[in-house]
Each structure stands twice: as structure tokens, then as C-alpha cells.
Design a protein around this ligand. Sequence first.
Ligand code: FES
Length: 300
Amino acid sequence: MDALLLEAVRHEAEQVGAVMVLGAGISGMQSALDLANAGFKVYLVDKNVSIGGIMAQLDKTFPTNDCSTCMISPKLIEVAGNPNIEIITRSRIRTLQGGPGNFEVTILKEPRYIDEEKCNACGICTTHCPVRNEVYLPEKRRADIDWAGPDEEATVNRIIATFREERGNLLPILLGINTAFHWLPPHVLTYVADELHLSLSQVLRVATFYNAFSLTPRGRHVIQICLGTGCFVKGSPAILDRLEKTLKIKAGETTKDLRFTLETVRCIGCCALAPALRVDQDTYGNLSGGQIPLIVENYA
Ligand code: FES
């Protein structure tokens, strides 16, 4: 038996059956799950701080524009909960030795500057980060507020007063302001931050997280046409075309009289009625182009 063959036999005899998957994007996670479900111990290694890769940062996926998070979230949970998968993040391979079935790997793990045993991702440390958050300067900010008129100031103060004493009051206050003005003007956000003794970045984090909030002026009525897969194949692009012609604006725009904002969304939860659209809280299904002028007229 020559040396090469001996080596191969030795490796075969020492196979331990653990597998390392490099890169914890969508393909790495699926590979890890398949291997773990087949009974292998899997080490899932990624250089980033968390798993999910590029797909976790995307809003939509090509070509259907389906929600990326909706697809990847179940896999993240499955990977994290699989007892056969050990996740090793913020790590890189330093050395690799051995052969199939019996590799020996040295991993360099970057520091996280937190106690991983204790951290439960509550986010409080981010909120209090002195580097990320600007210093609170109430006097200077208050002088800068440039109100659109006395009504605006009175409305904002009324909304703040309603929720001031409540815990977690930022969200209802922003909701109230968004409902009153149909968007969140920048000077109002600064004022809210002042009043609640929060940094502007804390307020903006909430204001930019929820779809319900808008940082640009919106119409009194918001028309959302569904371009999700179900509605798309049933002809919603033609409905959108009709809406754009009727309102004389493109998707994403607001009419000059601030009456309507036209938006496209992916699935509004009534696929059986495709093609469908929503005006504020009202849903319209089984649409044809001819119905569009009538629907718009209802709100004019
Ligand atoms: S795809 Fe349009 S409502 Fe679901």
C-alpha cells in the first residue's frame, strides 16, 4: 500500500462527521439546516456580527419583489434553535489542516465588547451610547423651532400633553402627530425630542422604523395599490396605470392639493380579492380599471 492510500485510509477511519459551513447568508443557513437535519454537527461560521448575510439587509427580492425578511426570518429562528448547529459569528479561519472527515480548524474570533452570556439584545446600551447619540441641548434646540403656525404648535402640545405621563409615550405621540399632519415634519420631531428629553436619533429611530410614519408630506388619503405576486398576476400593474392617469401623479407622489398620496405595497392580506387596493382603512378587491375613477371620486 503506498503512502497516499495509507493516508486516505487513516482519514477515513478517523472521520468524525462534524461539518463547518463558512458564510451564514441564506445559502449557508440552508446548507447548515440540511446537514443538521441529516444528523451532522454543524459549525456555522460568519465574519459578521450576526447571521443572515446580505439578504437580511434587503427590503425586497428580485424578481417578484417579495418581502425579504418574511423569507429569511423563519430560517434565522430555525438555525438559532437547532441543537445541531453552533453559530460562530465575528470569526475568521486562521488555519485549516487534515482531510475529508477530519479537518482541524483554528478560528480567530473578534471581540464583541459585551458579555455574550448576559446580553439579551434589549438595546438599552445603544440608547445610552454617548458616541452615537448627540448631546442633549434643550435651550439651543427650543430657540430653533420654526413652527408652521400657531395651530401646529397647539396641536403638537396637545398630543404631547395627552401621553406625557405614559410609559413608552414616544410611539403614541408620533402616531398622533402623523395622524394630525399626515407626516412628521423635522422641526416637530426636534421639538418632541426636546419635550421628552430624548436625543433626536432616538426619535428618528422610531420614526423611520414604521411604515405608518412618513418623513415627507402625504395626502389626506393614502391609496395603496398591491403589487404582490397574487395581485400582480391578476393585473394590478394596469390598475396602477389607471390610478396614475386619474390622479395625474406617479406612484410614490402626492397630488398638489395634498388630497391623495399614491403608494405601491406588496400584499395587503386579501389575495383572494386580487387585484386589490386600499384607501386609508378601506379595502377594494376584484378591481377593474373602470372602477378607479369612481373610487377616487368617493374621497374627493
Ligand atoms: S398579493 Fe395582493 S393582497 Fe396579497
